[in-house]
Design a protein around this ligand. Sequence first.
Ligand SMILES: Nc1ncnc2c1ncn2[C@@H]1O[C@H](COP(=O)(O)OP(=O)(O)OP(=O)(O)O)[C@@H](O)[C@H]1O
Ligand SMILES: O=P(O)(O)OC[C@H]1O[C@H](OP(=O)(O)OP(=O)(O)O)[C@H](O)[C@@H]1O
Length: 231
Amino acid sequence: MSVKLGVPSKGRLMEKTFEWFGERGITLSRTGSDREYAGAVEGIGNVELVLLSAGEIPRELAAGRIHLGVTGTDLIREKLGQWEQQVEELAELGFGHADLIIAVPACWVDVDTLDDLDAVAAAFRAKHGFRLRIATKYHRLVREFLRDQGVADYQLVDSQGATEGTVKNETAEAVADITSTGDTLRANHLKILSDGLMLKSQATLFRSRRTTGDESERRTVKELCRLLRVD
Ligand SMILES: Nc1ncnc2c1ncn2[C@@H]1O[C@H](COP(=O)(O)OP(=O)(O)OP(=O)(O)O)[C@@H](O)[C@H]1O
Ligand SMILES: O=P(O)(O)OC[C@H]1O[C@H](OP(=O)(O)OP(=O)(O)O)[C@H](O)[C@@H]1O
């Protein structure tokens, strides 16, 4: 059986991942038409490229359906409970940097910290009869962070994209999302709480801990790690 390497199937993460492997003598490429999710690996035998959504790579690693995978640390921590037991972090790749943060409307001049948010949340509930809404796709990470910080009077509303727009659309009062340049937050009149940084993420190479027990696969993974200088 060949070793399966999962890589994001599109956009900046895919391109930068291809570059990172290329610099280490392993050429990854997409084959077939623009729309066909097929790929090739040169520079080592017996390794198959699997092009996947970045958000699905954590699950595929955990299930052992791919041996190695590149995705953001944010997605691993969000999608996998006790992630360290399921995957091993082999190397941070130095791109795909993004911060997971909590932001509120810039016009909330008296709200700068999580304590302020907690106070506003209690007042919000008393006034409106329902809890202040935080829009996010990072449910696990936001819950854990706010629990540790002692903020309880809120509810999460699911937002799988265009999350910063939910405040203007009046489906949430605050957002928890990733930011890199900050442009999207500014454009949507949102500000980050001064202690609202939850996680610093970047693209990372992971190895599945769910091994198949196949000796030749283990040798190939070891050889690939040696070539990539991550062993
Ligand atoms: N603006 C950004 N700058 C840098 N990294 C980002 C940015 N947006 C997302 N990322 C990172 O890229 C990774 C993939 O993000 P996301 O899940 O949004 O992917 P996507 O391109 O929408 O893929 P898909 O829809 O196929 O799951 C995440 O780890 C995230 O931290
Ligand atoms: O700080 P910035 O550089 O402005 O980047 C942040 C934006 O990038 C991501 O969105 P993406 O482009 O992946 O689209 P999405 O809203 O569909 O997730 C993220 O969800 C923010 O909206």
